[in-house]
Design a protein around this ligand. Structure first.
Ligand SMILES: [Fe+2]
Ligand SMILES: [Fe+2]
Length: 164
């Protein structure tokens, strides 16, 4: 048992993901490693939201906000793949990867600043205590199934970096 609510844990994960991306952009010695770790975390976070958290929110009438979140996940998923590809081509902190990371941070900020005040406060009302406990545990050590991609991963035009 823990006193942390699921919403608080999800918000803390948002911040941890941002921090890992900044570590890479700041050129920290372990920045590349942390970037890879938080990309895993972000993909897993999106998995938890799309598979377990959004369906009950949608059923409770939050169709429009969930729709927007799914679209933004899809856009960010494409950027994650692009950054992975950029780092494979040039493993030394590549400027294209850095520009894409800045784009990702901007999108995460816009996404999280809607998700946190609009969707997360509703979780308590739609999830049983035992489900919330289970998802809290998932945030600790759960794993995204191999090969799982988010619902809108392939939707829409490829992400662009207008100022990159
Ligand atoms: Fe989230
Ligand atoms: Fe999200």
């Amino acid at each position: 048992m823990t006193d942390t609510t699921l919403a608080e844990a999800l918000e803390a994960e948002h911040h941890a993901i941002d921090d890992g991306i900044y570590a890479f952009l700041n050129g920290d010695a372990d920045g590349r490693e942390r970037l890879e770790a938080v990309f895993d975390e972000l993909r897993r976070h999106i998995y938890l939201e799309e598979v377990y958290l959004f369906p009950p929110l949608r059923d409770a009438g939050m169709m429009a906000p969930v729709f927007v979140m799914l679209r933004e996940h899809g856009e960010m998923w494409q950027i994650l793949d692009q950054i992975d590809a950029a780092l494979t081509v040039d493993p030394v902190p590549a400027s294209s990867a850095a520009a894409l990371c800045r784009d990702l941070l901007t999108r995460l900020d816009a996404h999280n600043s809607k998700e946190e005040p609009i969707l997360y406060p509703e979780l308590q009302g739609v999830l049983s205590d035992s489900a919330a406990e289970q998802y809290l545990a998932f945030l600790e050590d759960g794993e995204r199934p191999d090969g799982w991609v988010c619902e809108r991963a392939a939707a829409g035009p490829p992400a662009s970096v207008p100022w990159g």
